[in-house]
Design a protein around this ligand. Structure first.
Ligand code: GLN
Length: 334
């Protein structure tokens, strides 16, 4: 009897102890402390280089470094240059794919675009050829231009307006076009034009390929800050409701599907390493932003322009990994 009593007491104590550890892990002080640690630890890391295949990206200040977390109640934690803006680039692909999914359904995205990894660079042409004209997923350029082409609209101006309004709703602020980046990329996007034409030859485009490429280029040129990215990510973490503005942007039916593609292909051909290290669905862009989702808990947005060879921000990855590890946020370890 006494033995049973002792066992029950220790079970109770373990329960109380782990609950207090959990509460401590998620206290405001703890979160702010870990963000500051991540910032201080990596601020001096000079690894990587700005993207320069889009000329306007080469001259963005490489020292920008901002980290924001938004929880699913709408509480905001931030450190560093969290209001500095960079172009969203590939991170936009998540939200346009989500729009197509909500307009045309999950099967449409799976069958028409695909949800598998390419194992190739984000702007690969050979990957399309090797897979019989399939882009494989909406987060490589091919699949993203395809998504843009399938957004329901009367014409390309209406398509652009819808895409911009959709991303702004996720961010809870009116996102603005970065004219310099747009002009620089639109005059130099022959490769993306070629991709769109190739997909069109395979009968995969929903509207005129070159028009879709131009709208896609605009969506990539919207300015965002770490703060914006974290709010966008927190909307996915919060089952489609923006926790700051409280607006319902997308049905909870679609957010697990979008996050599954982020887990598979969010960091391009380095997505496996990222998932292995963090367990978190995420998406990067060559502007230097990364957003990561901790489902049901947090959205993380980080901006730092210098990139690794895959096109992923060096410091944003390091800081996100540090935060996820030290706040015990790995969704696969819950
Ligand atoms: N606009 C860029 C492009 O089409 C986006 C690429 C990226 O962020 N990986 O190349």
């Amino acid at each position: 009897m006494q033995k049973l009593y002792k066992i029950m007491l220790s079970v109770l104590l373990i329960g109380v102890f782990s609950a207090s550890l959990d509460a401590q892990a998620l206290s405001k002080e703890r979160i702010n402390k870990v963000l500051k640690e991540a910032y201080d630890k990596y601020k001096g890391d000079m690894g990587g280089a700005n993207a320069d295949y889009i000329k306007a990206l080469a001259i963005v200040n490489p020292n920008i470094f901002g980290i924001t977390l938004v929880d699913t109640k709408g509480n905001i934690y931030e450190y560093g240059d969290t209001k500095e803006q960079v172009s969203i680039q590939s991170i936009s692909k998540v939200f346009t794919a989500a729009l197509v999914m909500s307009e045309r359904g999950v099967k449409f995205v799976q069958k028409r675009i695909g949800v598998n990894a390419t194992g190739a660079a984000f702007n690969s042409i050979i990957a399309i050829e090797q897979h019989g004209g399939s882009a494989l997923n909406p987060f490589v350029n091919a699949g993203a231009i395809q998504s843009t082409s399938w957004v329901k609209a009367q014409n390309s101006d209406a398509r652009w307006a819808k895409i911009k309004a959709n991303m702004s709703a996720y961010a809870g602020s009116k996102l603005q076009l970065n004219e310099d980046v747009y002009i620089s990329e639109v005059n130099d996007n022959k490769r993306n034009q070629a991709i769109s034409k190739l997909l069109d030859a395979y009968g995969r485009m929903g509207s005129d390929p070159l028009e879709a490429t131009t709208v896609y280029t605009k969506q990539c040129s919207l300015n965002v800050s770490a703060h914006d990215l974290a709010v966008m990510a927190s909307t996915l973490a919060n089952h489609g409701q923006n926790p700051v503005t409280k607006e319902h942007i997308i049905s909870y039916k679609y957010t697990p599907k979008i996050m599954a593609i982020m887990a598979t292909a969010g960091l391009y051909d380095n997505a496996g390493d990222w998932l292995y290290d963090t367990g978190a669905p995420a998406k990067s862009g060559v502007g230097g932003g990364i957003l990561a989702v901790i489902p049901g808990k947090f959205g993380i947005g980080i901006v730092s322009p210098p990139l690794d060879k895959y096109g992923n921000s060096v410091r944003a990855q390091l800081a996100a990994k540090y935060i996820i590890k030290n706040l015990h946020l790995n969704p696969l370890a819950q």
